[in-house]
Ligand binder design. Structure first.
Ligand code: BGC
Length: 358
């Protein structure tokens, strides 16, 4: 009997030591996380990167955070260096997803988990998870804002509108476009919305790499060709804030905002500081707020789950097919923001300070 107890005690001791050792090993070898953001040019990616970094560090992870200057080659090199650096999970907001095929294959071969961040990485089987905001709904919110501002539901019109779409190498852009057009297309079909340029399909309205100057150029061309001589432009669908800024530059240049010439209804996305200022000045009507703290928190939770439980919770397993497979996704909710609710959404939530806009 005594021997039996001795044996049992020793056995328990060995098991405990083994588990402690295993836990110690897995902690020290799973601590580093690679975070690859597309650029520093846009306020949001800086905030995304910083928020993920701060929240991961608070949980004891080491973070290798890099920004790639909207340069595909640079992003590939940076991801490669994260793999060499021993990162166990990669969080990637891709500039051009399919271009990452080889480097992500290398990561997957090393059993590194890959989270597609905000933008879905297409055509690559090695993507484990996707975390994003409801991209279709972003477009719906923009379309609905225009619908309400012009009172289209009650039969008002016809009104002139011009359409802009996002970057064709970013899978989100088609979701934004489809979401917005799901609201606007019926009014275009019934003649209550008129696109004088005739340019309304995705390919002709897309702006490569979301560049403000390219949006400015296209808007200037449209204004010259179709809205000189007093023809009023009532609304512009812009899928995000960087394009909205370029559109505002073009509108200002032909006198909008002066001598009683009001800006058209103009949508956006991201609630960048410059655009919130434009909203308060009456140059931009709304922006869709995607709280980068929420997306970061969800991503950090996902990483922690992957490391600790080897699997992460998701809330959508059917929408996001990347051309090779459906990628399990966690979707967060975007918020329509304008002059009326910006205090509640952006200031009271602690995202910005009132002094940011004075
Ligand atoms: C993001 C937007 C952003 C755009 C330009 C999209 O993928 O979802 O929030 O405005 O890229 O960077």
């Amino acid at each position: 009997m005594k021997n039996k107890i001795k044996f049992l005690a020793m056995f328990l001791c060995v098991i405990t030591l083994f588990s402690l050792f295993a836990a110690g090993c897995s902690f020290s070898s799973t601590k580093k996380i690679g975070v690859s953001m597309p650029s520093k040019n846009l306020q949001r990616w800086n905030q995304d990167g910083e928020n993920i970094k701060i929240q991961l560090q608070a949980k004891g992870y080491e973070v290798n955070l890099q920004f790639s200057n909207d340069d595909i080659g640079e992003q590939i090199e940076q991801i490669d260096s994260m793999i060499e650096d021993g990162c166990k999970v990669l969080v990637i907001a891709a500039i051009d997803g399919p271009a990452l095929k080889d480097v992500l294959k290398k990561a997957a071969d090393k059993k590194i988990k890959i989270i597609s961040y905000d933008r879905l990485i297409l055509d690559i089987p090695d993507i484990d998870y996707y975390v994003t905001f409801n991209n279709f709904d972003v477009g719906v919110l923009q379309g609905e804002y225009i619908e309400k501002a012009l009172d289209l539901k009650n039969g008002a019109g016809p009104f002139n509108i011009e359409i802009f779409a996002g970057s064709p190498n970013d899978n989100n852009a088609i979701f934004y476009y489809n979401g917005a057009m799901s609201v606007l297309q019926p009014y275009i079909d019934s003649g209550k919305l008129v696109v004088r340029s005739g340019e309304k399909d995705y390919d002709t309205t897309a702006i490569l790499n979301w560049v403000s100057e390219s949006a400015q150029q296209r808007m200037s061309k449209l204004l010259n060709a179709h809205y000189s001589g007093g023809t009023k432009l009532h609304a512009i669908l812009s899928p995000n804030d960087s394009l909205a800024i370029g559109i505002i530059w073009a509108l200002r240049a032909v006198g909008y905002g002066k001598d009683g010439k009001d800006f058209p209804i103009l949508t956006g996305q991201d609630c960048d500081k410059e655009n919130v200022t434009a909203m308060l000045n009456g140059e931009q009507s709304m922006s869709v707020f995607k709280d980068t703290r929420t997306l970061a928190a969800r991503t950090v939770e996902m990483i922690d789950d992957i490391i600790v439980r080897k699997t992460a919770d998701t809330n959508d397993s059917k929408t996001y097919h990347n051309g090779v497979k459906i990628v399990p996704t966690y979707i967060c909710t975007p918020i329509s923001t304008d002059k009326e609710n910006y205090r509640q959404v952006l200031i009271h939530s602690g995202y910005y300070k009132e002094s940011d806009f004075q």
